[in-house]
Design a protein around this ligand. Structure first.
Ligand code: IMP
Ligand code: MG
Length: 171
């Protein structure tokens, strides 16, 4: 499959993002929430690139399926371990596609009273967006391609690839 973003390119961009996030949150205690499972690789690399004190937690969601797809309603498969009240929250997601999942998740998290709430996404496909979603830190903006690797899956496969590749492409 064709490499869209090499492991080195991903790591270079994550170092830049980490520096920016560390600067933006200097003097604050950052709480980082990763969305399982796709964001796992990005989450661990990004957090190691953010050189300020931070805490980490994880949430897992799954979509309810085709019937409720347009609502973007998601089921919380695993909730957070820690509360969010008064905290500076950064949500880390693998990719923002239609934006429906993240839109729903942000409403759930906002209701728990964080002091601030920002989003970091490794990838964004703006041409696919159905709902406006403010992504504060974007790794790479990509075209309307289905990609796998570096945490991203197709039917739970390919998450372990080091690069991000275009699913099904030749070469
Ligand atoms: P959204 O609700 O349409 O923004 O969907 C976001 C979720 O769809 C992401 O967290 C991914 O799990 C999945 N997704 C969207 N595009 C891709 C892709 O190109 N490759 C793998 N997963 C994707
Ligand atoms: Mg996913």
């Amino acid at each position: 499959m064709k490499v869209l973003l090499s492991h080195d390119a991903i790591q270079g961009r994550i170092r830049e993002m980490g520096r920016q996030i560390a600067a933006d949150y200097a003097g604050h205690e950052l709480h980082v929430v990763g969305v399982l499972k796709g964001a796992c690789a990005f989450m661990t690399d990004l957090c190691r690139a953010i050189d300020i004190p931070l805490t980490m937690d994880y949430i897992a969601v799954s979509s309810y399926g085709a019937a409720t797809k347009s609502s973007g309603e998601v089921k919380l498969v695993k909730d957070l371990d820690q509360g969010l009240e008064g905290r500076d929250l950064l949500v880390v997601e693998d990719i923002v596609d239609t934006g429906l999942t993240l839109n729903y998740l942000m409403n759930v998290l906002r209701a728990r009273g964080p002091r601030s709430l920002k989003i970091a996404a490794l990838l964004s496909k703006p041409s696919r967006r159905l709902v406006e979603i403010p992504v504060d830190y974007v790794g790479f903006t990509i075209d309307d391609l289905f990609v796998v690797g570096y945490g991203l899956d197709y039917n739970e496969k390919y998450r372990n690839l080091k690069d991000i590749v275009v699913y099904g492409s030749e070469g």
